[in-house]
Design a protein around this ligand. Structure first.
Ligand SMILES: Cc1cc2nc3c(=O)[nH]c(=O)nc-3n(C[C@H](O)[C@H](O)[C@H](O)COP(=O)(O)O)c2cc1C
Length: 199
């Protein structure tokens, strides 16, 4: 099968891309509006960029009406955000935070997650998440415009907060304790419980 994205409906291209680019890690992004309303939403078009400066990126696809998602509006206003990790036990509350709430409503409330103050940035972190990366906006790039287009957000990581319970005796993260999830196509997710090593 050959697929030319220019000749296929964008919703179908999206369906294929999330089946092809897989598994994807999930950035659970907490932000705060200038008025002080907090926001929490998952983004799986997410990855690291480099380590000097320590930087990461995620991509927020525009809302169906072509407008920016609340997360992007907040980050452009305040220049700050936190990427919280999503272990398996937080999968259900994470999905609740994808609800398209009004701008003046916080997904912390509908998901039952707890806001705790971050150390280097204004937006709160998710208390229940075992890893948080506090970031400041380095740059944002519009890719296309209107529905199905997106904003790529590039953040400089100011601080990585890791729950000591995840660490092994050597002080590195033990993946069997982390149990992080990834997103596949459609309704599917995966866990990192099945791993193999290549020396
Ligand atoms: C697991 C998961 C991953 C998601 N990944 C993305 C993504 O990479 N980009 C995106 O624009 N929306 C993604 N979404 C949808 C957003 O979370 C959803 O549109 C949310 O309402 C955006 O919230 P906001 O407007 O408060 O920023 C994802 C949803 C889920 C459940």
């Amino acid at each position: 099968m050959l697929v030319d994205p220019e000749e296929v409906d964008p919703s179908e291209v999206y369906r294929m891309m999330v089946q092809v680019i897989t598994p994807r890690p999930i950035a659970w992004v907490s932000t705060c509006s200038q008025a002080g309303v907090t926001n929490l939403a998952p983004y799986s078009y997410f990855n690291g960029i480099c380590s000097k400066p320590a930087a990461l990126m995620f991509s927020a696809v525009n809302k169906p009406d072509g407008s920016l998602k609340d997360t992007v509006v907040n980050i452009r206003e305040t220049g700050q955000f936190v990427v919280n990790a999503v272990p398996f036990q937080l999968a259900q509350p994470m999905v609740k935070t994808a609800a398209p709430l009004n701008y003046d409503e916080s997904e912390f409330d509908c998901s039952g997650m707890t806001e705790i103050p971050s150390q280097r940035v204004g937006p709160p972190s998710v208390a229940e998440s075992p890893i948080q990366m506090e970031c400041e906006l380095l740059d944002s790039l519009s890719v296309g415009d209107g529905p199905f287009a997106a904003t790529v957000v590039i953040g400089k990581i100011l601080l990585i907060c890791i729950d000591d319970l995840l660490l092994d005796q050597a002080g590195t993260i033990d993946p069997s304790q982390f149990d992080v999830i990834g997103r596949l196509g459609g309704k599917d997710y995966c866990r990192t419980t099945k791993r193999f090593e290549i020396p």
